[in-house]
Design a protein. Structure first.
Length: 514
């Protein structure tokens, strides 16, 4: 988890290669980035704060590659709750710069600070996490430098805000601070794709960008639902540290602790030996038969069967009176599953599936997937897709979407009414974990049902084994009403969706999220 994608050392250490990469991706010529000189009688000190993230890393590379003789102090302020992989990213950057990164730690970590202050969580309106753990330590560091360098010292602070980030602002300083901010990425015209392109061609993209769009804390109030789910999957320890800080009622905590029983666990406890032997671990999530609409990706020897949730766009299940009678009132979610394929001798081979995110509306899910696919485009290196173009990426990554109906109350989907949660939509982290458990159970049961229903595609023995497994399940599960393939729109449309989405969301902090 803490490893970075590696590029040959001889390439990294060659600053000429870094310089050439910057020149390829910059909209403006590299000569446009110049360093100001000190005022008469003043001592100018250059400082570059880094977070381990994409933008600040490229900012540091720009300074080193375009002004290799400049004396710059690189500084990292640690919250004690940084996303896994941050330390490795900083180590890698140090190796390229050939200079140490000064790492500043507080006496107590951010989670400890929150706990000491009554579990009062950071939020859009109270961003004390940034002010206390990023800006203040940085200012204190500069004050120490000023005392060391003398009262005539002026500071030049390099800020990693990109050319395409028109709304983001740097930290503001008073005239007495004698700190001037400079923006290398904006001067060079480097946008998101340019930043990722430079990382891909030089030091590699930090590992945490595999499933999240920003660096910073493991769990952040500005995080997206897909990022919370990624933390649950990749770093459960940090996830539950953050969950314990949420201020929700005891009744809600107890309700959210009631997870859906994993199918494998229920089958293992069955009295039916055939059900106990059913290999749930070998199942994939359900995959719509239209995942590859072109004939060359279909197996002509297979018997293409169409589940009820694909027939007539799933209307047979949506309108099923028996289904409604069983559930009474019901609740539903739209769920997205990402599929990664690699080319093999007989076509594309599925190598990975994972739950991406979910929403109560299809429009909300579609917007989230647009941002997800845009990030996949930018960070292709993270997924063995380096050097692939957009068409190849669309072949390699697919998205299945399912509308799943649940018995009323099984989701515990009422938002947290009292207290505080990390997420602004009032879903607590414990509730998200519960939702994941019921979604995974519903999809697993549907996969078993598909095995049972197969004809020539499945042997008779597997059919009866799956039937025994379904008969042994006693706990209620959700029902897949519809299943279909989500096709990413044209990249220009995706960019507009992402821009509109970011416009509607609160502005992320300037010091710790890139």
């Amino acid at each position: 988890m803490n490893q970075m994608v590696r590029i040959p050392t001889e390439q990294i250490l060659d600053l000429a290669a870094v310089r050439a990469s910057i020149a390829r991706h910059a909209r403006h010529g590299i000569e446009s980035f110049t360093l100001p000189t000190a005022s008469e009688g003043k001592n100018l000190v250059l400082v570059c704060p880094v977070s381990g993230g994409a933008d600040s890393t490229v900012t540091a590379l720009v300074i080193k590659a375009l002004h290799p003789t400049a004396s710059v102090r690189y500084v990292f302020t640690d919250t004690g709750f940084e996303v896994c992989g941050t330390g490795a990213a900083l180590d890698r950057l140090e190796a390229v710069l050939g200079e140490p990164i000064i790492r500043i730690q507080q006496k107590v970590s951010l989670p400890e600070y929150i706990e000491q202050h009554g579990n009062y969580l950071p939020s859009q309106r109270s961003r004390y996490c940034t002010s206390s753990y990023k800006i203040k330590p940085y200012r204190d560091f500069l004050a120490v430098l000023r005392a060391k360098e003398g009262p005539n010292t002026e500071f030049l602070s390099f800020v990693g805000i990109r050319w395409d980030e028109h709304k983001r602002r740097a930290a503001e300083y008073s005239e007495a601070d004698k700190i001037t901010s400079i923006f290398p990425l904006q001067q060079l015209g480097l946008d998101r794709s340019g930043v990722y392109g430079i990382l891909t061609e030089t030091v590699g993209i930090p590992s945490f960008y595999a499933d999240r769009t920003r660096s910073g804390c493991s769990v952040c109030w500005a995080g997206r639902r897909a990022e919370y789910l990624s933390t649950l999957r990749r770093d459960p320890k940090s996830y539950f540290v953050a969950a314990a800080l949420e201020n929700i009622s005891t009744d809600e905590k107890e309700r959210y602790e009631r997870l859906a029983t994993p199918v494998w666990k229920e089958l293992r406890a069955s009295s039916d030996s055939e059900a106990r032997e059913f290999r749930v671990d070998l199942l994939d999530y359900p995959i719509p038969t239209t995942i590859f609409p072109r004939d060359q990706w279909m197996n002509p020897d297979a018997d293409p069967f169409f589940p009820a949730w694909e027939q007539n766009n799933g209307k047979s299940r949506v309108s099923s009176k028996a289904n409604l009678d069983f559930f009474g009132r019901s609740e539903s979610l739209y769920v997205a599953v990402e599929l990664h394929y690699l080319s093999g001798p007989s076509g594309l081979c599925l190598v990975r599936q994972q739950l991406v995110t979910f929403s109560t509306t299809m429009s909300g899910l579609s917007n989230a997937l647009a941002g997800h696919f845009r990030h996949r485009m930018d960070s292709r290196e993270m997924h063995t897709l380096w050097k692939k173009d957009e068409d190849e990426l669309r072949e390699s990554i697919r998205y299945s979407v399912f509308q799943i109906e649940f018995p009323e109350g099984s989701l515990a989907s009422a938002k947290t009414l009292d207290g505080f949660t990390w997420s602004s939509d009032k879903y607590s982290l414990l509730q998200l974990r519960q939702l994941v458990s019921v979604i995974e159970r519903a999809l697993t049961v549907e996969s078993i049902r598909l095995v049972r229903n197969r004809r020539r595609a499945t042997s008779g023995e597997e059919h009866y084994s799956a039937k025994a497994a379904l008969d042994a399940l006693r706990e209620e599960s959700g029902t897949v009403l519809r299943g279909f393939v989500w096709e990413p729109p044209e990249i220009s449309t995706i960019d507009q969706i992402v821009a509109d989405d970011e416009e509607d969301k609160p502005l992320v902090c300037m010091s710790c999220t890139k």
